[in-house]
Design a protein around this ligand. Structure first.
Ligand SMILES: [Zn+2]
Length: 95
């Protein structure tokens, strides 16, 4: 599944709710999910960690839908096979 297809799936499932919530409300939910992801990283439950990654990604796609941003275009436009800062693959930027 491509990023565009995933974003379209999230649109099909949730846009009727996300559009009512708006960008700020949807962004707040993404922040909540990223916080939960951070908490799961400190645990040892791999299944819980995977679920938190899934939630964070779903809310990111929902936010992109509400903000009318094509995630695949944005992602591949900036990260198209090379580091956007140093132009190398793998990245050679100072750590
Ligand atoms: Zn770099």
């Amino acid at each position: 599944m491509h990023i565009h297809e995933y974003q379209k799936l999230m649109h099909q499932l949730y846009f009727h709710k996300d559009s009512k919530r708006g960008t700020k409300g949807t962004y707040d939910r993404l922040v909540d999910e990223v916080t939960e992801l951070g908490e799961a990283l400190s645990g040892k439950d791999k299944e819980a960690l995977e679920k938190e990654f899934a939630d964070a990604l779903a809310w990111l796609a929902s936010l992109a839908n509400v903000a009318d941003v094509d995630l695949e275009k944005a992602a591949t436009g900036k990260y198209n096979g090379r580091c956007p800062k140093c132009g190398s693959s793998p990245c050679k930027c100072p750590f």
